[in-house]
Design a protein around this ligand. Structure first.
Ligand code: BTN
Length: 227
């Protein structure tokens, strides 16, 4: 799948780079560090050396496939990292260990009018970092902290890409067979989750995900909600 691979010492953000029109579909943009790494919801993604930061340029797909793409990418990463540590998923696509974040996915899209032109799928995994700054120490972790060893980031990258390729081609064929497996890896499966829904903070029990990638949870009355 990945015929073009571009490796940089440093970038502002691999997602920004991948958005440039010069990169053909299925290009892989990798940076050793980023000085303006982006997280979801406008947050920054601290991107020191020693970790994995990469983006994949994907051709357009129907917009309703973007959430399943998020879900199946999260699964691909978690399955690869499970070769090293007992990491879990947190819907929609956080990679966590003991409720501390180890990795995340940021999908960005480019539209021309209302036509989706390009998808950039960015992945960040904390691999070798041993120390995090004060503000994120309590919420961030890395593979090296969990397992007390260092890694070659390429080794982890290739495993993630292998898994990704399989799940992505399945997704394009509308074969989504990772739902059960996703639930097994989900840190909150069968547990209580607190969620803001319709302006209200609710306590629900996580029951699974739909094939559209929505989270299924039930309230105290047994009513099912899709989020
Ligand atoms: C999240 O908030 O969970 C998403 C984090 C995504 C970080 C990755 S690192 C590579 C790519 N480039 C960016 O600027 N962000 C993503």
């Amino acid at each position: 799948l990945f015929k073009h691979c571009f490796i940089f010492n440093e970038l502002d953000s691999t997602n920004n780079e991948a958005m440039k029109s010069t990169y053909p579909h299925y290009s892989l943009i990798i940076a050793e560090k980023q000085y303006a790494g982006k997280g979801r919801s406008g947050r920054k993604w601290v991107s020191d050396e020693g970790n994995l930061y990469f983006s994949i340029v994907l051709p357009p797909m129907p917009v309703e496939q973007l959430l399943p793409l998020n879900i199946s990418t999260g699964y691909a990463i978690c399955d690869a990292l499970r070769n090293y540590a007992d990491v879990s998923l947190k819907w929609p696509n956080d990679i966590v260990f003991n409720n501390k974040k180890l990795g995340g996915i940021l999908i960005e899209t480019k539209f021309s009018g209302n036509i989706l032109e390009k998808i950039v799928l960015g992945i960040g995994i904390n691999v070798n970092q041993l120390d995090f700054s004060h503000d994120i120490k309590e919420i961030a972790t890395s593979l090296a902290i969990i397992t007390e060893r260092q890694y070659r980031t390429e080794e982890i990258l290739w495993q993630i890409l292998n898994n990704f390729e399989k799940n992505y081609t399945d997704l394009l064929k509308k074969r989504i067979d990772i739902i059960e497996k996703w639930c097994k890896y989900s840190m909150n499966f069968g547990k209580m989750i607190k969620i803001h829904l319709d302006g209200e903070k609710m306590e629900l029990i996580e029951k699974g995900i739909t094939d559209k990638g929505e989270l299924i949870a039930v309230d105290h009355f047994g009513n099912e909600r899709k989020i």
